[in-house]
Write a protein of this length. Structure first.
Length: 313
């Protein structure tokens, strides 16, 4: 069976002639594709995720004023589209859309994920947007975009963080990775505090994932999809994947399990080497906490340099 994005692409190709024939003026200003929330937009859908919200569908993004003016006409055209495709019920019926597919306003789509009416223009706006929302807003695929308005927003977000914002986030994540994995995890194990060790390992894993996404200049998605996509990244992705598998399989009960800290240190050493190779830090060792201030020293914007390094924004 096709995955969700392939299914959406094929379904749109089948529906497009009818859409263009019935409303050529509206389609001349429309963008079509599949993006936003949902595992299928990230290419992470599988047999398990098909138990809900799975089926042929696509988004038709239109300027808000055009969508409002043509709402009745657009809905009548959508009602005439196939109710099934490839043996699966369409999700384009109004009750099945859940605000994720069907006719959508360009402005509303991006405002939902960013809280903004236009692409972010300054560092405060960039830092205000949760990273998983940036990942969702730029997920999936745009099949076509007649007037370019939707794609212009998307390209502005895909251009990624301004350099100083990126450096600030790198610095913070490096320090949080060190705090959880290099410091608190071995201490919790030494005490025999299994619950704290579990939490430290989880916090380390999430911070390490965020750090690798940042190094690859990619937005980290919602946590449950981050490991799958993170291990596919070219910089440190495979080694991160092996480390996550080790942590997931390793008991974390007490001093006898301290050997799990060896792969943690190996990974942190690889991150430190990458930071040095990229000219982001001149720190000599693998202690990532010490690399945070060195990364931050490369930030040019004075207000950003004064921000709390451990703030996770």
């Amino acid at each position: 069976m096709m995955n969700g994005l392939e299914l959406a692409r094929a379904f749109y190709a089948a529906c497009r002639p009818a859409l263009v024939a019935a409303m050529p003026d509206i389609m001349s200003r429309a963008a079509a594709g599949l993006a936003g929330e949902g595992s299928e937009c990230l290419g992470c859908d599988d047999a398990t995720s098909r138990d809900h919200d799975f089926g042929p569908a696509f988004c038709l993004w239109l300027p808000r004023d055009l969508l409002r003016a043509g709402a009745q006409r657009i809905e009548s055209v959508f009602a005439a589209l196939p109710a099934e495709f490839e043996g699966l019920p369409s999700r384009l019926a109004p009750h099945a859309r859940q605000g994720r597919v069907g006719p959508l306003p360009v402005e509303g789509f991006y405002a939902f994920f960013t809280g903004l009416d236009a692409p972010p223009e300054n560092w405060r706006q960039w830092l205000s947007i949760p990273e998983h929302r940036l990942a969702a807003a730029t997920s999936g695929e745009v099949f076509e975009d007649a007037d370019g308005r939707f794609s212009a927003w998307r390209e502005a977000l895909l251009a990624y963080y301004p350099r100083d914002v990126w450096l600030k986030k790198l610095a913070g994540r490096a320090m949080l990775t060190a705090q959880a994995g290099q410091y608190n995890l071995p201490r919790a194990l030494s005490r025999g505090d299994a619950a704290s060790a579990m939490l430290a390992a989880a916090r380390f894993a999430e911070s390490a994932l965020a750090l690798v996404f940042l190094l690859n200049r990619r937005y980290m998605p919602f946590y449950k999809w981050a490991p799958k996509l993170g291990r596919q990244l070219p910089l440190l992705g495979p080694s991160l994947g092996r480390l996550l598998d080790t942590l997931a399989a390793h008991p974390l009960r007490g001093p006898g399990d301290l050997d799990v800290t060896d792969p943690v240190e190996e990974f942190c050493a690889a991150v430190a080497a990458q930071l040095r190779a990229a000219g982001l830090s001149d720190g000599a060792d693998a202690w990532l906490w010490a690399h945070g201030p060195r990364i931050m020293a490369r930030v040019e914007h004075e207000e950003i340099r004064r921000l709390n390094l451990l703030d996770e924004s």
